[in-house]
Design a binder for this molecule. Structure first.
Ligand code: GTP
Ligand code: MG
Length: 298
């Protein structure tokens, strides 16, 4: 379930405790989440009209950077000849919030500010087409609370199970961040949650580990200005125990494809500078990061 207390607390950074703020918070929550989501996320049904095009699932804890990564990818892909369109039929026509999310998507992608508060994307499906209009993949973007709420035992909601069991090929992009969390325990729980999902998905699904927000660890960059991936890899492996274990190659596969059967990507959506009025100015990072992620997905 969405963590409304956190949303309210975040909003109150700039706030007072009077009732008008409480009303605003409530209004904001209703703008972000539909009534169905507020009442019970498990009541939401989704339709995947295109069952042939692979689905790319961004799996990550709250604030791991999934929305920004999607928006950054939208900018990158559109600048490189692809078309990006929200899948309007993913949620029922009666869902007014979803149509609003779809029409706001591009505006968010090209905004100089990072989305926050009422701009937050709930869950949506976004389709990428090549220059001739052929579908290439579809991104599923969802709130992190639906994947991890601090508790490794939380069940995945209905719509994530619907995606998981759909006939589409899948690419699971597991978001991890070096030094994230208040302590190692929190990372252990998140690692357990990743392993739980890995146990549910098809062994044929493609796996990508996205080491996000690498820009925060500039000391782990090489002289040529690129992140030193082996260093990130070692640190992530240590901080998120077991997340790579299911995908170890043996025998001939090891000789042909290397030690692991997944891809890793060092990623950064950009630099975020806080303004005095509580916004974040977003300076997108180099295309290089998006190129690497796109290559891993395709
Ligand atoms: N330094 C840095 N900060 C980032 C990056 N990406 C996101 N952030 C920060 O993380 C915050 C949360 O990013 P979001 O994309 O909204 O995170 P999310 O995973 O969609 O969060 P939920 O929707 O709550 O699950 C942003 O407001 C930024 O401050 C990044 O690449 N580098
Ligand atoms: Mg988000």
């Amino acid at each position: 379930m969405p963590d409304f207390d956190k949303l309210i607390n975040d909003d109150q950074n700039q706030s007072s405790t009077d009732n008008s703020y409480k009303l605003n918070d409530e209004k904001a929550i209703h703008e972000i989440y539909t009534d169905e989501e507020i009442n019970d996320v498990n009541n939401i049904t989704v339709t995947i009209p295109d069952t042939k095009t692979p689905i790319v699932v961004f799996f990550g804890f709250p604030s791991s950077g999934k929305t920004l990564a999607l928006l950054r990818m939208i900018r990158y892909l559109e600048q490189h000849g692809h078309h990006v369109i929200p899948e309007a039929l993913f949620r029922p026509k009666t869902d007014k919030n979803y149509s609003k999310m779809c029409s706001n998507l591009k505006e968010m992608a090209y905004n100089m500010y990072a989305p926050g508060g009422t701009d937050i994307i709930s869950f949506m499906l976004v389709k990428v087409l090549d220059i001739e209009g052929n579908p290439e993949c579809q991104f599923l973007e969802a709130p992190g609370e639906h994947y991890f709420d601090g508790n490794p035992n939380l069940e995945f909601p209905t719509y994530i199970n619907a995606i998981r069991t759909s006939p589409n090929k899948k690419r699971w992009v597991f978001f991890v961040e070096q030094d994230w969390g208040s302590n190692q325990n929190e990372r252990n729980y998140y690692a357990q949650k990743i392993c739980k999902m890995q146990g549910l998905i098809s062994p044929k699904d493609r796996i990508i580990f996205l080491f996000n927000k690498v820009d925060k660890c500039r000391h782990q960059y090489k002289k040529n200005g690129e992140p030193n991936k082996p260093v990130f890899f070692r640190n992530i492996q240590e901080q998120y125990p077991g997340i790579f274990d299911r995908y170890i190659n043996t025998g001939l596969e090891k000789i042909m494809y290397g030690e692991y059967n997944f891809k890793t990507v060092c990623f950064s959506s950009g630099i975020f500078n806080q303004t005095n009025d509580g916004h974040e100015v977003w300076t997108p990072e180099k295309d290089w990061y998006c190129q690497e992620l796109w290559d891993a997905i395709m």
